[in-house]
Design a protein around this ligand. Structure first.
Ligand code: ADP
Length: 493
C-alpha cells in the first residue's frame, strides 16, 4: 500500500502521509498491516494508514535513543527553540489543511478545528520560548563546596494520546518534551491518526534531526502497551481514560519504573449560585458541557444549581441548548458535529438509556440526531440523584445532569462526591463566595464565571483519579527533566 495519498475534503484536496514516521521517513510497519480511519459524519472509511505494533515501537525507540545521543544532544537550547517556533509557523501556514483534516477525521467543526490549530501553534511557540530558559540552582552548603543542579532531559519519552483533540494533544505532549531536549515516540489514537502524520511532515520540514520525533499510528493494546512496558523508554505520558491510565502505570511499574504522567477522566461540577449573572452563566454552562460534543475530559457534566433559580435555569438552559447547531462539521454554522466513533456513540446512547431507565427526566435531547453519522442530540437530564450512573460515571458525550442544592456547603459536598478531580466551576457575583468555593473544591482547575477556557500558559491536570502531574505552563517542564545535583569538593589552596 502507498505511503501517501491525495485526499479530497469538502473544502480542499491535500496529500496525506500514511506511513509510520520513524527517523524522519514515512515507512510501512514490520508486519505490513494497515487499518482504516472512519469519517464520523458519514460512517465511511477515509483512508487506511500503516499500523505500528511492538516491533515498530522497538525500531522507533532505537531511532529516538540514537537521536538523543547524537545530533540532538549537540544542538543548542536556543536552536531547539527556533525549531519549535518554525514548526508553530508551519502549523499556522497550513491551518486550512490541518483544520480540514481534523474535521474529516474527528468530526469537530472546521471553525473549532481552526481554534485547535491556533492553540497548538501557540503551545509550540510557548515551549519554544522556554527552550533556552531551563536551568538549575547553585546551592551554598558550606565554604568547601560548590553545589549546583542541572535540569537534564529525561531521555526517550513515550507519549500516548487520545482522539478528542488529536492535534492539540500532540502539541501539548511534544512541546515541553522537545523544549527540554528529550526525544519522542508518540502513539496517536487509532480513531484519529491523520493530523499527526501531516504534522510529522512539517517536523521534517522544520529541520528537526531524524529520530527526535517518531509517530506511530496503532492500537492501544499493541503499540500503546509496547510503549508503556518498554525497557528503553524513560518516561511515559498518557492522556485518556482512567481505566487505561491504571494499565499504563502498572506496565511502567512492572517494566523499568519509567516516570509516569497521566491526564485522565473527569466528572466535573459546574456550580451556579443564586447571585450569578444567569444569562452569562448559561452561556458558560452550555460551552462547558457541549463544546467538542462533550468529548472533553474536563467537561462540566454535573451542573449544580441553587434551588432559588433552579426552574428559571432549566427553562433558559433548555432554550439555549436547543439553539446549538448540530450537523456537518464542514458547515460554517455548525457547533456540534458527530461523536468520534460507533463505539463512543453506542456508549453514550447506552448512558442515555440508563438515565431514562433510572427515572431521570429528559429536559431536552435524549436521542440520535438524524439518520446517518454518529450524531447525538445535546441532552439535559434533570430530577437525578447522586447514585445514578449518569451522575457518577464519565459519559464523554453531549449529556449532562442538573442537580439542585440549597446551601453552599451542600454544593461543595456534592461537587466533591466523586473519585475524579480534574476541573470545576463556580458562577457567582460575590468574590468572597467565589474564592471560598474555589478553595473548597478538589479539582486541578477551577473556573470562576467561565468554563473550558484552557490556555497553554496555565497548568492543567487532575486531583484524585483524574491524573498525576500537570501539563502546560512551566509546570509541564518538570515532567520532562531529571534534576541532577553536582557537589564539588573544593581543594584548599
Ligand atoms: P477512549 O476509551 O476514549 O478511546 P482510551 O483511554 O482507551 O480512551 O485511549 C486513549 C489512548 O490510549 C489511545 O491512544 C489508545 O490507543 C491508548 N490505549 C488504549 N488502551 C491502551 C493500553 N492498554 N495500553 C496503552 N495504551 C492504550
Amino acid at each position: 500500500m502507498a505511503l501517501f495519498q491525495s485526499i479530497k475534503t469538502p473544502v480542499l484536496t491535500y496529500e496525506q502521509p500514511l506511513g509510520l514516521f520513524i527517523n524522519n521517513e514515512f515507512i510501512k510497519g514490520v508486519a505490513g498491516r494497515t487499518f482504516e480511519t472512519i469519517n464520523p459524519h458519514n460512517e465511511k472509511p477515509i483512508v487506511a494508514v500503516h499500523e505500528g505494533a511492538e516491533e515498530d515501537v522497538n525500531i522507533a525507540v532505537k531511532a529516538a535513543r540514537t537521536a538523543l545521543n547524537g545530533e540532538w544532544k549537540t544542538i543548542t537550547p536556543s536552536e531547539r527553540g527556533r525549531l519549535l517556533l518554525r514548526l508553530a509557523d508551519f502549523l499556522e501556514r497550513d491551518i486550512e489543511t490541518l483544520a480540514a483534516i481534523e474535521a474529516l477525521d474527528n468530526g469537530k467543526s472546521v471553525t473549532m478545528a481552526k481554534g485547535d490549530v491556533n492553540n497548538s501553534a501557540g503551545c509550540l511557540r510557548y515551549y519554544g520560548g522556554w527552550s533556552d530558559k531551563i536551568y538549575g540552582q547553585t546551592i551554598d552548603t558550606d565554604s568547601n563546596s560548590l553545589t549546583y543542579t542541572r535540569h537534564e532531559p529525561v531521555g526517550v519519552c513515550g507519549q500516548i494520546i487520545p482522539w478528542n483533540f488529536p492535534l492539540l494533544m500532540f502539541a501539548w505532549k511534544i512541546g515541553p518534551a522537545l523544549a527540554t531536549g528529550n526525544t519522542i515516540v508518540i502513539k496517536t489514537a487509532e480513531q484519529t491518526p491523520l493530523s499527526a502524520l501531516y504534522v510529522a511532515k512539517l517536523i521534517k520540514e522544520a529541520g528537526f534531526p531524524p529520530g527526535v520525533v517518531n509517530v506511530i499510528s496503532g492500537f492501544g493494546r499493541t503499540a500503546g502497551a509496547a510503549i508503556a512496558s518498554h525497557m528503553d523508554i524513560d518516561k511515559v505520558a498518557f492522556t485518556g481514560s482512567t481505566l487505561v491510565g491504571r494499565h499504563i502505570m502498572k506496565a511502567a511499574a512492572d517494566s523499568n519504573l519509567k516516570k509516569v504522567t497521566l491526564e485522565l477522566g473527569g466528572k466535573s461540577p459546574n456550580i451556579i449560585l443564586p447571585d450569578a449573572n444567569l444569562e452569562d452563566a448559561i452561556e458558560w454552562v452550555n460551552l462547558g458541557i457541549f463544546f467538542n460534543h462533550g468529548q472533553c475530559c474536563c467537561a462540566g457534566s454535573r451542573i449544580l444549581v441553587h434551588e432559588d433559580i433552579y426552574h428559571k435555569f432549566l427553562e433558559l438552559f433548555k432554550k439555549r441548548t436547543e439553539q446549538n447547531k448540530v450537523g456537518d462539521p464542514f458547515h460554517s454554522e455548525t457547533f456540534q458535529g458527530p461523536q468520534v466513533s460507533q463505539l463512543q456513540y453506542d456508549r453514550i446512547m447506552g448512558y442515555i438509556k440508563d438515565g431514562k431507565g433510572a427515572g431521570a427526566t429528559v429536559v431536552t435531547g435524549g436521542d440520535r440526531h438524524g439518520s446517518e453519522g454518529y450524531y447525538i442530540q445535546p441532552t439535559i437530564f434533570a430530577d437525578v440523584d447522586e447514585n445514578m450512573t449518569i451522575v457518577k460515571e464519565e459519559i464523554f458525550g453531549p449529556v449532562c445532569t442538573v442537580q439542585k442544592f440549597s446551601t453552599e456547603e451542600e454544593a461543595i459536598r456534592v461537587a466533591n462526591s466523586t473519585n475524579y478531580g480534574l476541573a470545576a466551576a463556580v458562577h457567582t457575583t460575590n468574590i468572597n463566595t467565589a474564592i471560598r468555593v474555589s478553595n473548597a473544591v478538589k479539582a486541578g482547575t477551577v473556573w470562576v464565571n467561565n468554563y473550558n477556557t484552557l490556555h497553554y500558559q496555565m497548568p492543567f491536570g487532575g486531583f484524585k483519579e483524574s491524573g498525576i502531574g500537570r501539563e502546560l505552563g512551566s509546570y509541564a517542564l518538570e515532567n520532562y527533566t531529571e534534576v541532577k545535583t553536582v557537589r564539588v569538593h573544593l581543594q584548599k589552596s
